[in-house]
Design a protein around this ligand. Structure first.
Ligand code: AMP
Ligand code: MN
Ligand code: MN
Ligand code: MN
Length: 287
């Protein structure tokens, strides 16, 4: 069974609309996917409708950016996208993204990049991100690639960078649980802390309700994937994996690819374990 539990669409900074993402999963014979847009579940209804048509099994998801000794990303799975308090929280996050983007555009203008706010913000449907600003910088010829836009202007510490308003990990876990979501740590190999601090933080977040680790991720080395896989099992946590595919131009990761470290037998068991604890889901897991 092919599985990809980390995908983006135009509801955040992906290139393809939710329906297209699901169709692409069907084309690639990926049986189980999760749509995990940044601070947005706005793509879920369209993805769910297409999943039913295409016979793809879907777990509604989200990716939250949080603060815990640096930038930490959490994935949430199986949540109820209609939960009122949760929707209010996401609207707040999206507003905060909007204000941050405007601030970054102001900084770019001050540095001689004649940005047009409406053109940049018009690239986003719900959840604006630095990716959209990067796309605008490429379109105006200021940089030759999204990667260069991050390296020169938008990455942490670069001249047009503004941090997000810090959302503590424990608070984000609380919001996910309020919506019935299963909190999983995204790409633990990209955590900003080093050495023992990684495991110390994971153990602490687990006490706060974190339920799994995305051990299998294209940006991890084989040994990182193996270590996080073992750590999750030792701590009795879920093991997940996902490509973080955004569409060709944003990141090189392609749907369903780069997950070879996740052995077939383990993936089957891990996918079923996540499925069982996910409250909301679309379709049935294949036998
Ligand atoms: P934001 O959520 O607005 O802080 O923007 C972060 C997003 O930008 C991430 O989700 C990635 O999709 C993208 N991103 C971050 N760093 C890079 C990079 N070096 N190259 C390409 N895309 C990146
Ligand atoms: Mn992204
Ligand atoms: Mn992420
Ligand atoms: Mn992601």
């Amino acid at each position: 069974m092919r599985v990809d539990l980390h995908l983006h669409s135009t509801a955040s900074d992906g290139i393809f609309p939710p329906a297209h993402v699901v169709q692409e999963a069907a084309r690639r014979r990926i049986a189980l996917i999760a749509l995990t847009d940044h601070d947005s579940v706005d793509g879920i209804p369209e993805a769910a409708a297409t999943a039913i048509q295409e016979g793809v099994t879907l777990i509604p998801g989200v990716e939250l950016s949080c603060e815990g000794e640096g930038e930490v990303h959490l994935l949430g799975y199986g949540l109820d996208v209609n939960c009122r308090g949760w929707r209010g929280f996401l609207e707040g996050q999206q507003r905060e993204r909007w204000d941050r983007a405007l601030g970054m555009i102001r900084l770019l203008k001050a540095q001689g990049c004649p940005m047009d706010e409406e053109e940049v913000l018009g690239r986003a449907t719900h959840s604006v991100s630095r990716t959209h600003i990067a796309q605008a910088l490429v379109a105006m010829g200021k940089v030759s690639s999204i990667k260069q836009a991050f390296a020169q202007y938008l990455g942490a510490g670069c001249p047009a960078y503004l941090p997000r308003t810090p959302l503590p990990v424990a608070e984000a876990i609380g919001w996910l649980r309020q919506a019935g979501g299963v909190p999983v740590l995204a790409h633990p190999g990209l955590l900003p802390m080093r050495g023992d601090a990684v495991e110390r933080n994971i153990r602490q977040w687990r006490e706060q309700g974190l339920m799994g680790l995305e051990a299998h991720y294209p940006g991890h080395t084989t040994s990182q994937s193996g270590n996080f896989d073992r750590l999750a099992r030792a701590l009795d946590m879920l093991v997940t994996g996902g490509s973080d595919a955004h569409g060709a131009t944003v990141r090189p990761n392609r749907m369903g690819e780069g997950l070879e470290s996740w052995t077939r037998a383990q993936k089957e068991r891990d996918a079923r374990a996540l499925w069982r604890v996910s409250a909301c889901k679309v379709g049935e897991l294949p036998e």
